[in-house]
Design a protein around this ligand. Structure first.
Ligand SMILES: Cc1cc2nc3c(=O)[nH]c(=O)nc-3n(C[C@H](O)[C@H](O)[C@H](O)COP(=O)(O)OP(=O)(O)OC[C@H]3O[C@@H](n4cnc5c(N)ncnc54)[C@H](O)[C@@H]3O)c2cc1C
Ligand code: FES
Length: 248
């Protein structure tokens, strides 16, 4: 669904150790209610291809996203001001399934993989599930959404590569040992998600894959990947897949 959404706020929320900024953008308008793991595809004025960004939070009339400035599209987005409008495809993708978890859930996010975990945490908490969230960042200044996870009643654990916040090391180093999880969900760099799936062994899980996208809506097959159940489009059949389906 194509929608015109209005920028309510757009401000810097974090800076990584390469000086790249992460922005928090709140959009208002008729976006419909989106689910965790779904994404929006934003037409950046002056650029041909849309830019896919995960939904961090969604309510009637409002969408929250976090994006890191890595290239021209996100740099142009960062220049935009409250009151300006964006052409956005909303409700894209096949997201996480919170109903897969009937007990205790483990959410593992690397970098801005924390963003979709935020909406998933809200969904799981509203189902009455206990949620442990483990986030990994390179450094403390890059961390986002920590207060928000705590406010939802999640048990939060953080790892940073330089030890400036939480456990020093990889996100897998901060996963509490000896806990019995019913299901896990992860989003972040592929190498991180592969390590998370390996570390969690037989626990059922879902992971959100990322790929450069063309149409973003299932038509061009530019985002195809091989899975255990055949070729799948990350934008339409994913981005969330059961871990058993993923060929690392
Ligand atoms: C389903 C999905 C959800 C996403 N969610 C978020 C999010 O919540 N926050 C966020 O900051 N980013 C997210 N991304 C990545 C985001 O789409 C890209 O960073 C963005 O499109 C880059 O646009 P650009 O014009 O600034 O950079 P470009 O000039 O297009 O590229 C700059 C650099 O970013 C890399 N890059 C571009 N697109 C991707 C991509 N899809 N995956 C990995 N690397 C890429 C390029 O290889 C290049 O090194 C998501 C991507 C997908 C597919
Ligand atoms: S980006 Fe076109 S099919 Fe996925």
């Amino acid at each position: 669904m194509k929608r015109t959404l209005h920028i309510e706020s757009n401000s810097c929320a974090a800076v990584d150790n390469l000086g790249r900024k992460t922005f928090r953008m709140e959009l208002r308008g008729d976006a419909g209610l989106m689910h965790s793991g779904q994404f929006v595809d934003i037409a950046v004025p002056g650029l041909f291809l849309r830019r896919p960004i995960s939904v961090c939070d969604s309510s009637e009339g409002s969408v929250l996203i976090y994006y890191k400035v890595v290239g021209e599209g996100t740099a142009r987005l960062a220049q935009m001001l409250p009151g300006e409008s964006l052409d956005v495809l909303v409700g894209l993708g096949h997201g996480f399934d919170p109903l897969r978890c009937s007990g205790k859930a483990l959410l593992v996010g690397g970098g801005l993989g924390a963003a979709p975990m935020h909406l998933l945490c809200r969904e799981l908490r509203s189902l009455g599930r206990a949620v442990t969230v483990v986030l990994g960042f390179n450094t403390a200044s890059e961390a986002v959404l920590l207060d928000e996870f705590c406010a939802m009643g999640a048990s939060l654990h953080v790892a940073t590569m330089d030890g400036s916040l939480g456990v020093r090391g990889l996100v897998t180093d901060a996963i509490p040992a000896g806990e019995a999880y019913d299901c896990f969900y992860t989003c972040g760099p592929m190498v991180m998600m592969k390590a998370v799936c390996k570390a969690l062994g037989d626990i059922p899980g879902q992971a959100s894959l990322e790929e450069r996208m063309g149409c973003g809506a299932g038509f061009c097959y530019g985002c195809s990947c091989h899975t255990a159940s055949g070729t799948r489009r990350i934008c339409k059949d994913g981005p969330v897949f059961d871990k058993e389906d993923i060929i690392w």
